[in-house]
Design a protein around this ligand. Sequence first.
Ligand SMILES: [Zn+2]
Length: 390
Amino acid sequence: MSLQFQIEATRGKARTGLLLTPHGEIETPIFMPVGTLASVKGVSQDILEDLGAQIILGNTYHLYLRPGVDTVRRMGGLHRFMSWPRAILTDSGGFQVFSLNELRKVNEEGVTFRSHLDGSSHFFSPESSMEAQIGIGADIIMAFDECTEFPADRARMKSSMEMTARWAARSKKYFEEHKHEVPWHTQREIPTLASPKSGESRMGHPLFPNATQSLFGIVQGGMDRDLRKESAERTIEIGFPGYAIGGLSVGEPRDLTREIIESTLEHLPTDKPRYVMGVGTPEEIVEYANLGVDMMDCVLPTRAARHGLLFTSEGKVSIKQARYTQDAGPLDPKCGCRVCQRYSRAYLRHLYASNEVLAQVLNTIHNLSFYLDTMRRVRHSIRLGEEFGF
Ligand SMILES: [Zn+2]
């Protein structure tokens, strides 16, 4: 047993469900905060627990370079290493390598790339990405894919999609042969430092014995609806417990992102979780959840927070603006987060203007809280059969 997905309520195309992973239950639709380097920048794990984050993301490319897969594996896997008892998902490294542009070379076997840190040369293939993701030990891992650049002509989109399908089959083959090597079951000799607050004292240990990870397939096909359909069919034929739509948010107009998501969803099985990678604004995650997307992740709330851009019920706030210098009100009067309950806009503006580390911490806590709360309200509205929108 590695994953169970159960749909609880539907409203039109939207649905709420429960995704049971080896490290806990996730209510869908869910927003997953990004913890690139085994850390959601600026926010400690106990606060993430308090905010109600049920699953976070790790980036294989970054963890592979620092601290290295072997270190994470020897520390008992990523849950144990970063002291995060709940679910984790890792990407395959494909998208990050894709973003390196001049630093990479792609062929049928895999991708040769240079580290953005020291220029050293590395190679990722479907097999080595699986090996790294098994060593890191997230609950959900992703097939190694090629993210097609935008814009691209049809021939390029087609050949890229076809290679992603072949890589998906290789990813699954390696995963099936090695999935029992996940470090969760060999860590009992590693001492436990402390129990996390929420009573989740089983740190790093899966909820059920012999649980393994789950590998999701990724649909590519660029901005072509027919190629997306073909990619979905080929990925489904290989067979995965969940399906992602990749290759979006690569510079295309937002209307096109939505169109591709909507048309691709029609070709994905309704009884499996559907994950759209790397989206979006608060408005977009609501819109996509309403289309029937179950999982989403994005660096936007955390990255924007570090630049003083805050999402609120009254729209975007740029906290650096002088108009907040003596504003005694809360950042968002409708937000119940610990930042809005305690600090004024004037104080947050002061921290940001003075380049205090605390500015990044508090801004990130609020933005994540706003995203997580938005999805909580979306789930509630689906259960009630009501429309939710901004
Ligand atoms: Zn707040």
